[in-house]
Design a protein around this ligand. Structure first.
Ligand code: SAH
Length: 215
């Protein structure tokens, strides 16, 4: 089975039946080579319905989780997006297909370096990668139209809310260390509007405005 076919299967069996409807999101996930970001030891399993280990105790998120988080961001193509938790780089590539510029922060140097190298080899020239504590955001590039946090947080980091522009959307898994709820926050003139979406399990967000240290 060829790779485009594996991606089509992923879209038709994992994303559409669970309610992902945004055609731009589905098409982006038909295009981005997940197996490259997944490390490529087993081509077929890269497209399985699960998160996969990427080294350093971290994971590439399940395709469905990437899809729903991306759909919740309502990207039209003009946005500047901040991602916290580059990890494999896969989610960042999906965002880069759908937004204008992507800024992504990863605390583990080897993962940030590997993702940056994949972006170069795949010619993504609208993704900016930085190593550091993403709970502090990227003040020099703020405000952002969209912010996505792909690690589990005890609460929404204050600096990220500050760096979200007016009418912006922020998506984040919030909860305990081992189980969270995916939240969508909209910043409006009247204040923040919070919606609760699906239950989820992410690796912890570790930093000044996240969990304090590794277990
Ligand atoms: N978006 C990723 C999923 C990454 S898993 C993908 O598509 O593959 C979450 C990542 O968040 C891990 O790589 C972890 O090291 C990173 N992380 C945890 N706390 C962080 C912080 N404070 N700042 C930046 N990255 C962080």
């Amino acid at each position: 089975m060829d790779i485009a076919n594996l991606r089509e299967q992923m879209v038709e069996t994992q994303l559409i039946p669970r309610g992902i409807r945004n055609k731009r999101v589905l098409d982006a996930m038909r295009r981005v080579p997940r197996h490259i970001f997944a490390g490529g030891s087993n081509l077929r399993s890269s497209y399985d319905d699960m998160a996969l280990p990427i080294g350093e105790g971290q994971t590439i998120s399940q395709p469905y989780m990437v899809a729903i988080m991306t759909e919740l961001l309502e990207l039209k193509g003009t946005e500047r997006v901040l991602e916290i938790g580059t990890g494999s780089g896969y989610q960042g590539a999906v965002l880069a297909e759908l937004a204008k510029e992507v800024y992504t922060i990863e605390r583990i140097v080897v993962l940030a370096d590997r993702a940056a190298a994949e972006y170069r080899s795949l010619s993504y020239d609208n993704i900016h990668v930085r190593t550091g504590d993403g709970t502090l955001g990227w003040p020099e590039a703020a405000p952002f139209d969209r912010i996505i946090i792909t690690a589990a947080a005890p609460e929404i980091p204050g600096p990220l809310l500050d760096q979200l522009g007016m009418d912006g959307i922020l998506v984040i898994p919030v909860g305990s260390r081992f189980s969270q709820t995916l939240l969508r926050i909209r910043k409006t003139e009247k204040g923040l509007i919070e919606e609760h979406h699906t239950p989820c399990v992410f690796v912890p967000l570790i930093g000044e405005h996240g969990w304090k240290k590794d277990l």
